[in-house]
Design a protein around this ligand. Structure first.
Ligand code: PMP
Length: 389
């Protein structure tokens, strides 16, 4: 048996490696606190669980679903957009996804031929890069720098690369940097996509996780965005539903339909009971989302306060549940993360795991019980003392 060359070049998924590290330490009797993975620690809201229990009893939900999703689920997604002042046609401009990762991973197969480029922000969610490679395309990385608010400088993309590119991946609120983008940047991206005839894939998985009264715009709020863009949404983060696997793609009708066509050949859609529970989440009371944001905001303030008392100078993110911070002087990202693991038994994520421009940073996730988070911060304070940059 020999795996394909395509697979030989595919690294094991980042969090698989982190899980292995935790498993090893736990076997050795160490009590590790992981701040590495962005997976909500709170349960799915009760009314969503109740809807699921009801729907799972209904035999009408036991058959194969349609691969593009129930019309009622797609209408609930259209309602999510209507609340943001955006009209999308649920029939032609929305497709249900088995989590947004599924659609993001499959999109490169729809639009890249060998030799085509995908412009990908660096650091970034690893799926854009790895699935571009799997699909036979070439990632072209756009560095995100703090001096530019972790937005890519589209004017710095060489015309030659822009002409060869078929896709541009964007993600705001951003994982891992926690940065946000305003409508002016989205407008600039729409102009860029028109100029070079490429499709923008905006990953809005964190659109509902916002703080301090900030509201994250949908990419589709820009007039004309639907001509050049699709947006990926997810129920995972706002409704603590990572395990349920439910998301969507919305926007450009042609791109949505091409992804739907690929999916109809690959999978048979999301379990209908899950889609119906998703409708309960999207159309039901939204105080659960506000409560989740309040909790993450409280934890963000704890983390930023503790790190700043140790010598960092962080403002903290306005959205997403990640704190992105530079490593102290004298360390690479990997060395710093290893030192924190060895000395404090706290697991952080090294920035370069998200791409070369992430070197010099680490990511800390706020999806950990508040008391454990406090304990992790105390351990870090004890182990590191005051740090220098
Ligand atoms: N996009 C980003 C930026 C993410 O961080 C994640 C998950 N961590 C996803 C998409 C995928 O989310 P899901 O498949 O659960 O919708």
């Amino acid at each position: 048996m020999r795996e394909s060359k395509r697979l030989q070049n595919l690294p094991p998924y980042l969090f698989r490696r982190i899980e292995e590290k935790i498993e090893r330490a736990t076997r050795e009797g160490k009590e590790v606190i992981s701040l590495a993975i962005g997976d909500p620690d709170r349960p799915t809201p009760a009314h969503v669980v109740e809807a699921m229990v009801r729907e799972v009893r209904d035999p009408a939900n036991h058959s194969y679903p349609t691969s593009v999703g129930l019309p009622e689920y797609r209408a609930a997604v259209a309602e999510w957009y209507r609340r943001r002042g955006v009209e999308v046609d649920p029939r032609s401009e929305v497709v249900a996804l088995i989590g947004s990762k599924e659609g993001l991973a499959h999109l490169p197969f729809c639009f890249l031929d060998p030799g085509d480029l995908a412009l990908i922000t660096d650091p970034g969610y690893p799926v854009y890069r790895n699935c571009t490679l799997l699909a036979g395309g070439e990632p072209y990385l756009l560095p995100l720098r703090p001096e530019n608010g972790f937005l890519p400088d589209l004017t710095a993309v060489p015309a030659e690369a822009a002409r060869r590119a078929k896709l541009l991946f964007l993600n705001y609120p951003n994982n891992p940097t926690g940065a946000v983008a305003d409508l002016d940047f989205f407008r600039e991206a729409v102009d860029f996509a028109r100029r070079y005839d490429l499709l923008i894939c905006h990953d809005a998985a964190y659109a509902d996780i916002t703080y301090d009264g900030y509201r994250a715009p949908s990419f589709l709020e820009v007039p004309g965005a639907k001509e050049v863009a699709v947006e990926f949404g997810s129920l995972s983060k706002p409704y603590n539903m990572t395990g349920w696997r439910l998301g969507w793609v919305a926007g450009n009708a042609e791109a949505v339909s091409v992804l739907g066509r690929l999916k109809s050949n690959l999978d048979s859609g999301c379990f209908q009971a899950v889609q119906r529970a998703g409708i309960a989440a999207l159309l039901g009371p939204q105080d659960c989302v506000r409560e989740a944001c309040r909790l993450y905001q409280e934890r963000r303030d704890l983390v930023v306060g503790a790190l700043n008392s140790m010598g960092w100078n962080l403002a903290g993110p306005k959205a997403s549940f990640y704190v992105w911070a530079p490593v102290p002087r004298g360390y690479t990202s990997a060395e710093f993360v290893e030192a924190v693991f060895e000395r404090a038994l706290v697991i952080l994520t090294p920035g370069e795991e998200y791409g070369p421009a992430g070197q010099g940073y680490f990511r800390l996730s706020l999806t950990v019980d508040t008391e454990r988070l406090k304990l992790a911060l105390e351990r870090m304070q004890k182990a590191l003392g005051r740090v220098q940059f």
